[in-house]
Design a protein around this ligand. Structure first.
Ligand SMILES: NC(=O)c1ccc[n+]([C@@H]2O[C@H](COP(=O)([O-])OP(=O)(O)OC[C@H]3O[C@@H](n4cnc5c(N)ncnc54)[C@H](OP(=O)(O)O)[C@@H]3O)[C@@H](O)[C@H]2O)c1
Length: 255
């Protein structure tokens, strides 16, 4: 297992916890900052040098800053780091994922999207920032893009390599760290544990139940509506093509 994280101290603490709970587990920690294309390329090179094969990639990282921030390449941070960074990373890891699919017949990609995609709109004029920044529409756009990428990717991957998207539920995690305390306190009773949310991600990556499925969107907490915008195939294709240009990767052709 490889933990790809920007904060090495937190990553090492997580590794220690995994090893404590699962003695003998082999856990590699590598540095990855999804807000920099250069960093993502460096991570992919480091990973390729250490692991010939990738059986499952879980694109989980996400941020939701209340003030507008930007990636190194000048994208609004939520579009850039929640969506475009994982888009680039996924394409860079395809050789190792394909090898796993060829050797085992079962390699998987998991995208952590959100029910918040329902209020999202894909607006290319905001990819590099908003003159009036509001954090939630920016977050919702990034999560809508995660989901649309899942659908577009499912039309492109070879047999044995599947893609799955999930809503983890409203999760009691650090993502709400910037909310005012009373708002957070009001929200908490409705949130589920990170363990429960993480279980779905693990199942999508490993369980035989999802082995021969691809392009689905599952949830750890109902309801889980899928917006009309997310299901729009022409919009998925347009976003996929534009993202490939922005991330500087060769687009995959449809099967
Ligand atoms: N919590 C919810 O209710 C909820 C609901 C729907 C969807 N989600 C999604 O679930 C996923 C996990 O979020 P969470 O709730 O567990 O929040 P979290 O506790 O804040 O975890 C997010 C993780 O993403 C990492 N991250 C953020 N920006 C990064 C970057 N540029 N490069 C590398 N790593 C980065 C953070 O790293 P640091 O540790 O260094 O900060 C953190 O470990 C996200 O995709 C989020 O959108 C969450």
């Amino acid at each position: 297992m490889c933990l790809a994280c920007r904060n090495q101290a937190k990553a090492e603490a997580a590794r220690d916890e995994i090893v404590r709970r699962t003695p003998g587990a082999e856990v590699d920690v590598l540095s990855l900052d999804l807000s920099s294309f250069e960093h993502i390329h460096r991570f992919a090179t480091d990973l390729a040098a250490r692991h010939e094969r990738v059986d499952a990639l879980i694109n989980n990282a996400g941020a939701s800053p209340l003030k507008q921030q930007f990636t190194v390449e000048g994208f609004e941070l939520q579009f850039g780091a929640n969506y475009l960074g994982p888009f680039l990373l996924t394409h860079l890891l395809l050789p190792q994922l394909r090898l796993a699919a060829e050797q085992t017949g079962d390699a998987r990609i998991v995208h952590v999207a959100s029910v918040a995609h329902n209020i999202g709109r894909i607006d290319p004029d905001t990819f590099r920032g908003r003159s009036k920044y509001r954090p939630f529409p920016a977050y919702a756009q990034s999560k809508l893009a995660n989901l649309m990428f899942n659908f577009a990717l499912a039309r492109r991957l070879p047999d044995g390599l599947s893609t799955h998207a999930m809503h983890p539920g409203g999760v009691d995690s650090d993502i709400y760290r910037e909310l005012p305390r009373p708002v957070h306190a009001a929200l908490r009773p409705f949130l589920i544990s990170a363990d429960r949310a993480g279980r779905l991600g693990t199942e999508l990556a490993l369980s035989p139940e999802y082995r021969d499925r691809s392009g689905e969107y599952l949830t750890a907490q109902r309801p889980n509506p899928v917006s009309r915008r997310a299901r729009d195939v022409a919009a998925q294709e347009a976003l996929y093509a534009e993202s490939a240009v922005l991330a500087g990767v060769e687009p995959l052709t449809r099967r």
